[in-house]
Design a protein around this ligand. Structure first.
Ligand code: C5P
Length: 226
């Protein structure tokens, strides 16, 4: 049985991360949030007072930091880091460096797991085009901005809806129009617009799609009477 690979792509704040974590738990798969790779580099760029659009300095930094990027730093979730990430992500050499890391993860899922869930922007079309399951998650910018403000409010962080909405729109524009690996749904992706859905609905629909495509090893063994 080949490993189960699930690619999740979509716009910023559409719920990719929550869905990816839920699917990884349910199907016992490794999970890689690829946005963290770009965010970790964006954070390092900001910490060193570099300009995220200065290609040469960002690429030099990426080369020197690649094996030591801290993917667990809570500062990765900050708005400014997301914006810096979307700038560094438009640099072709940065994408090439991070591509190798992501391919390796897909081919050798850690801890002997039977596959992986990866979420990002170019997973179904570029990083894991061979993935059996491809899901594209989106929601209207207004819904995403409202969810983000609520999330920040719950963390006690003050935010202005109009500023968050503006950031989301600009980030979508950069992600969708960049020359290399723009955010476009894979032709064979299952598209989920989560604007009017609860997270439970989203997980339910995604699982129905995956279950219809993937025959789990246990089901095969049972069917074969082993
Ligand atoms: O998903 P998240 O918001 O954490 O991603 C931060 C930024 O990293 C995105 O806006 C996008 O520009 C970039 N990214 C990317 N390709 C990926 C994952 C993230 O370009 N596979």
């Amino acid at each position: 049985m080949p490993p189960l690979l699930i690619a999740i792509d979509g716009t910023a704040g559409a719920g990719k991360g929550t869905l990816a974590r839920a699917l990884a738990r349910r199907y016992h798969l490794a999970h890689l949030d690829t946005g963290c790779l770009y965010r970790a580099l964006g954070l390092a760029v900001l910490n060193q007072n570099l300009d995220p659009t200065d290609e040469q300095s960002v690429v030099d930094l990426a080369r020197s930091l690649l094996s030591t990027l801290d993917l667990k730093n809570p500062a990765l979730r900050e708005e400014a880091v997301g914006v810096a990430a979307s700038h560094v992500a438009a640099i072709p050499e940065v994408r090439a460096l991070l591509f190798a890391f992501q391919r390796n993860f897909a081919q050798h899922p850690p801890e002997g797991m039977q596959g992986c869930v990866m979420d990002g922007r170019d997973i179904g079309r570029v990083v894991m085009p061979e993935a059996l399951c491809k899901i594209y998650v989106t929601a209207s910018p207004e819904v995403r901005a409202t969810r983000r403000c609520k999330e920040l409010h719950e963390k006690g962080i003050y935010s202005i809806y109009d500023d968050i909405l503006k950031d989301i729109r600009e980030r979508d524009e950069r992600d969708q129009t960049r020359k290399v690996s723009p955010l476009i749904p894979a032709e064979d992706a299952f598209v989920l617009d989560t604007s009017q859905m609860t997270i439970e609905d989203v997980i339910h629909k995604a699982c129905a799609y995956i279950d219809a495509k993937w025959v789990a090893p246990e089901k095969t063994r049972r069917a074969e009477g082993k």
